[in-house]
Design a protein around this ligand. Structure first.
Ligand SMILES: NC(=O)C1=CN([C@@H]2O[C@H](COP(=O)(O)OP(=O)(O)OC[C@H]3O[C@@H](n4cnc5c(N)ncnc54)[C@H](OP(=O)(O)O)[C@@H]3O)[C@@H](O)[C@H]2O)C=CC1
Ligand SMILES: O=CC(=O)O
Length: 361
């Protein structure tokens, strides 16, 4: 399966002549008005490989890009959706927002976004509509439910679901969008609140290639790289595998922190040791110091990590793959949820272990 990774590209390279042609055919307003600006850092560096088009520049200031005049819809303004929509607005995109809790639209409206009162109305008024929703149920409801986005879709429009959902959900939404003559792309993201704020997300896309090419300039405002993984379901599956690993890593790290403390070590020193060795991970360096202080400022809600483990276990089950580590981690996140930690950061899973230790003491 061919995959394409693009790290923060030169926007001029990015809209290749093919993509431009597709843009014109699919959405004349976007291509006619989109005027890419020369990219400031090392624009002339060559592509690094044939199968992976890796561009040299890593840090694009979204605001340095010229106005993108296609109309972009954004549904779901939670921890991730809000900064993403904000980055699109700051990059000059014409954005229409909707969120179930209307008050979350207000800061974006002050930045220049327009508001419509239903997903259907947003989709009807936009060329491309993004959706960043909590889980499979809300993703289906917002797309296919009463006043859902599907009802506003039609030929010449695109729907990009960036929520983390399972393969079946993504395929279902794809079918509904296709039935309206519109195009569908799944594009879940790896990267949390800060990468969303900084436009440093990693997109795991799959679905209609022409839509992928059309929205690539938007993905590059929001992210640092993008993979195109082929048919619908592959992006969802990749995201679930990544988050299955992440959930298990965090559970294991939590055990290490507590064990180090129990045997009289300083857990802060453990965090430092880990950061310098082969098992170092940005996640440990980022979350470790606050976990040691029993603080869990929410970037990735624990309830979503447990949802992802649950969905990943379902994916594993579907192909008879054994995943005992992830299954054990899932149980721990479920315990954490039962302690009322759903809306804390997923690093609060350590509290479930603390409670278990007390139970057995
Ligand atoms: N936070 C993170 O670090 C990351 C999260 N993700 C994934 O991105 C998605 C969004 O995450 P995040 O922004 O953190 O989550 P939040 O919980 O902050 O936001 C969830 C969004 O979904 C909306 N929503 C929930 N239920 C419904 C419903 N029944 N009908 C309509 N809208 C609904 C919420 O609306 P309302 O405001 O009204 O509640 C809100 O806009 C999830 O799938 C998550 O797994 C992916 C990468 C990183
Ligand atoms: O889904 C969460 C993330 O950090 O990625």
């Amino acid at each position: 399966m061919p995959s394409t990774l693009l790290a923060k590209p030169n926007i001029n390279n990015l809209l290749s002549s093919t993509a431009m042609a597709l843009c014109s055919a699919f959405c004349p307003r976007i291509s006619a008005n989109f005027r890419p600006k020369p990219f400031s850092s090392s624009p002339s560096k060559p592509l690094l490989s044939l199968s992976f088009k890796v561009f040299s520049s890593q840090a694009t200031d979204a605001s340095s890009q010229d106005k993108f005049s296609g109309r972009v819809g954004f549904l779901g303004l939670g921890i991730m959706g809000s900064p993403m929509a904000q980055n699109l607005i700051k990059a000059g995109c014409d954005v229409i927002v909707w969120n179930r809790t209307k008050s979350k639209c207000d800061p974006l409206i002050s930045l220049g976004a327009k508001y419509r009162s239903s997903p259907e109305e947003v989709a009807a008024n936009c060329d491309v509509t993004f959706a960043m929703l909590a889980d499979p149920e809300s993703a289906i409801d917002v797309a296919c439910g009463k006043n859902g986005a599907v009802r506003g879709m039609g030929p010449g429009k695109g729907y990009v679901d960036i929520s983390t959902v399972d393969v079946a959900t993504s395929k279902l939404i794809n079918e509904h969008i296709k039935a309206r003559g519109a195009l569908f792309l799944e594009a879940p993201v790896s990267g949390s609140k800060k990468p969303a704020e900084d436009g440093q997300l990693i997109f795991l896309t799959a679905g209609k290639k022409s839509l992928y090419e059309l929205v690539s300039p938007l993905l590059d405002i929001l992210g640092k790289s993008r993979f195109y993984l082929g048919e619908v379901g592959n992006g969802a599956a990749m995201k679930l595998v990544v988050n299955m690993i992440m959930g298990s890593m965090m559970a294991s790290f939590s055990e290490g922190i507590l064990l180090s403390k129990k045997v009289g070590l300083d857990p802060s020193v453990l965090v430092e040791v880990v950061s310098q060795g082969a098992i170092s991970a940005p996640m440990y360096s980022l979350k470790g110091p606050s976990m040691v202080k029993s603080q869990y400022p929410t970037a990735f809600p624990l309830k979503h990590q447990q949802k992802d483990l649950r969905l990943a276990l379902g994916l594993a089950e579907s192909v008879s793959q054994s995943t005992p580590i992830a299954a054990a981690a899932n149980e721990l996140y479920k315990v954490a949820k039962s302690y009322g930690l759903s809306d804390e950061d997923f690093s609060a899973v350590i509290e479930a272990l603390k409670a278990k230790s007390q139970d057995t003491a």
